[in-house]
Design a protein around this ligand. Structure first.
Ligand SMILES: Cc1ncc(COP(=O)(O)O)c(C=O)c1O
Length: 370
């Protein structure tokens, strides 16, 4: 079966993990620190912390905004469940907005339609790695969280995604562009907020005993707990894999881009078939997933046909406002509901062979042409 998502690991990851094992250092340590420094530098971020998942980074991001309890946070319905869960876990209300049916990103207009006097913040998602029109979103005047889970290599007019607004998060789960298994990251603006993020990551504890002992503090085992929070430390095994992935990122991204461009060319002009949108000349795409639209009412049949021919596909995402947990929050979001019927992600990841890519093209084209 050709998988829809996947990752590619190399010798660097194996070597880094081996080093951690040989050093008998498994918990958060030098590999995480090195990854944080290199990632921050590559993306030119003001601050960066690695955490144990993108979902937890989202929860930390909402917490860091310090919104009045019960605030509304506007976010696209066409996103992963963690975005809304993070808002709820932080004591706020998710309010879903629609997305553009071609870019699959929320625009300022979609967001504006959901603003009330309880609106406290906006969460945007750079879907598939295509940057959201951030100037328009920022102009709305609310604090903004950027979910850059798909967008580690994307930039918006020269600024890497995640680093454009107040707080940005990344996911390094098993199939993301930097794939660690489980992992995530957070970047924030402002020194105070960055200090607080570091504190929150370790259960709200100011300093580890080890740090205190190296600073000559007597009774280094005592600590100040300033806030109640969940521990989000990543392991050094995860840090080592992340470092290797970062070293291989350009190669992996080049492969993603090559496959993306091959699909774009092969599917051009197919009837009832909509290719995903490329980034504009002043922005950069990350090619996390290749989501098409089949507008002839046969999307489910198409997915089944591909599956029967050894090609696994999926829909990212089943709109959140249609889920029983959230279905009361908004009545209708036309474009999200349309995407729920005609959108499909087809295989795109750096581990696909040329043969895999040709097989996908062959079967997609055969079905669509009938
Ligand atoms: C848009 C988006 N945000 C957040 C997450 C959560 O990331 P993680 O899987 O690292 O918890 C995901 C994961 O798929 C995602 O796609």
């Amino acid at each position: 079966m050709i998988n829809v998502f996947g990752s590619r690991t190399g010798n660097e990851e194996i070597q880094n993990v081996t080093e951690s094992l040989k050093a008998q250092w498994l918990g958060m340590g030098p590999k995480v620190t090195e990854f944080e420094a290199r990632y921050k530098e590559r993306l030119n971020l003001e601050s960066f912390l690695m955490v144990d998942s993108g979902s937890n980074a989202l929860f930390m991001a909402v917490t860091l905004l310090d919104l009045p309890k019960g605030s509304e946070v506007i976010l696209p319905s066409f996103t992963w469940v963690s975005c809304a869960q993070a808002v709820m876990m932080a004591g706020h209300t998710p309010v879903f907005c629609d997305v553009d049916p071609f870019t699959m990103n929320a625009t300022a207009e979609h967001i504006k339609a959901q603003i009330t006097d309880k609106t406290g913040a906006i969460m945007v998602v750079h879907y598939a790695g295509l940057p959201v029109e951030m100037d328009d979103v920022k102009a709305l005047g609310y604090p903004v969280i950027e979910d850059a889970a798909h967008a580690v290599d994307s930039h918006y007019k020269g600024t890497y995604c995640g680093g454009i607004a107040d707080v940005g998060i990344y996911s390094f789960d098993a199939v993301k562009n930097i794939a660690v298994g489980e992992g995530g990251g957070i970047t924030v603006k402002g020194e105070e907020r960055a200090k607080r993020a570091k504190l929150l990551r370790y259960s709200g504890i100011g300093k580890s005993g080890f740090e205190a002992s190296t600073q000559g503090k007597a009774r280094w085992w005592e600590y100040n707990i300033s806030e109640a929070f969940i521990k989000m430390n990543p392991s050094d095994i995860a840090g080592g894999i992340a470092l290797g992935q970062l070293e291989n990122l350009d190669d992996n991204q080049a492969r993603r881009k090559e496959i993306w461009n091959t699909y774009q060319e092969a599917f051009k002009g197919l009837n009832d078939f909509v290719n995903p949108v490329d980034a504009s000349a002043d922005c950069k795409h990350s090619y996390f997933t290749y989501s098409i639209r089949l507008m002839n009412g046969k999307r489910d049949e198409f997915a089944k046909y591909l599956f029967d021919n050894g090609i696994y596909t999926t829909l990212r995402y089943h709109p959140l406002h249609m889920n029983p947990l959230y279905e009361q929050t908004n009545k209708t979001l036309k474009n999200c509901e349309m995407l729920n019927e005609d959108c499909l992600s087809i295989p795109l990841h750096p581990n696909l062979s040329d043969e895999d890519v040709q097989k996908v093209i062959h079967h997609v084209t055969a079905f669509v042409k009938g």
